[in-house]
Write a protein that binds this ligand. Structure first.
Ligand code: SAM
Length: 276
């Protein structure tokens, strides 16, 4: 495989990826905002809208890093719950204000049994995620697990939804990670992947190339003091299969009804599939 401008073996790729995320962990969130001009937030929101989790959903977020998808999931469930309570307030006049207020304050109650497990191979990324969770007041409904996407430390048929955002291109054997996703999902469960993809607009493609190769490594050096890691990022994005090819890989892992949606002219795509 190719790593930045170095050529490394398949075995070395895992170690290199580990080093990249270990070294950028502290600056990861700020770099994401700088490099994508904040747009990664919108892409992640769209992933949640597409998931549209129901109360009680058991989510596994693989390569979950600093928890962006997990926090969005918990916010989504809580917002859903609040909307429902407001409707109840209007219709069930017999509920007192105290009762409503109490329910609002009960965080566990507002999750309706929904739960997210954030699994990542890098303990530095998880450490930052846990700190963020404390700082932002997420106490229940989430668990942090150190684990490899290629060999998930979970029983089969366990989760309703599996997400992987900007993670799968970093995995050495994508086919194994996809098979693992299939194994741990319950029958009827859904796979959702948000990943960089192939740009379908020639003008956007030109600008994107210019930005990726000229600006991103410079930002990496200035903000995170790490040119090479961000050069790797750009290279790994270019090597990732296009929408149709990745769709076939997901089907090969056993998923059905596989579809995808390109966002921002194909800079990223959301792939979806079901274990039926
Ligand atoms: N999902 C987060 C987000 O969207 O902000 C983090 C994405 S970050 C670009 C990629 C993450 O993949 C890193 O946290 C890295 O440690 C993790 N990763 C790389 N290889 C992995 C593997 N084999 N198993 C699990 N996580 C892995």
């Amino acid at each position: 495989t190719h790593f930045g401008f170095e050529t490394v073996s398949e075995e070395e790729k895992g170690d290199k990826v580990y080093q990249v995320f270990e070294s950028v962990a502290k600056k990861y969130d700020v770099m994401n905002d700088m490099m994508s001009l904040g747009i990664h937030r919108v892409w992640k929101d769209v992933l949640l809208w597409r998931m549209h989790p129901f109360p009680g959903t058991q989510l596994l977020d693989v390569a979950g890093g600093t928890g962006d998808i997990a926090f969005r999931f918990l916010n989504y469930i809580q917002a859903q719950h609040r909307r429902k309570q407001k409707r109840q307030l209007r219709t069930q006049q017999n509920l007192s204000w105290e009762e409503i207020a109490q329910k609002y304050q009960n965080e566990e109650d507002s999750l309706n049994g929904s739960h997210v497990v954030i699994c990542d191979i890098n303990k530095e990324m998880l450490k930052i995620g846990k700190k963020k969770a404390c700082a932002q007041g997420y106490k229940t409904g989430l668990a942090w697990v150190l684990g490899d996407a290629e060999e998930l430390p979970f029983d089969e048929d366990k989760f309703d939804v599996y997400t992987i955002a900007f993670g799968i291109r970093n995995v050495t054997h994508m086919d194994r990670a996809l098979q693992e996703a299939h194994r741990v999902l319950k029958p009827g469960g859904r796979f959702l992947c948000l990943e960089f993809s192939q740009v379908d607009n020639p003008l956007v493609s030109k600008l994107y190339d210019l930005y990726s190769f000229q600006v991103i490594p410079v930002l990496g050096e200035v903000i995170a003091g790490n040119w090479k890691s961000y050069q790797y990022l750009v290279e790994s994005i270019r090597k990732f299969p296009a929408q149709e090819e990745f769709k076939e890989m997901i089907e090969d892992a056993g998923f059905q009804k596989v579809t995808y949606e390109s966002l921002s002219s194909g800079i990223v795509a959301i792939h979806s599939g079901f274990k039926l």
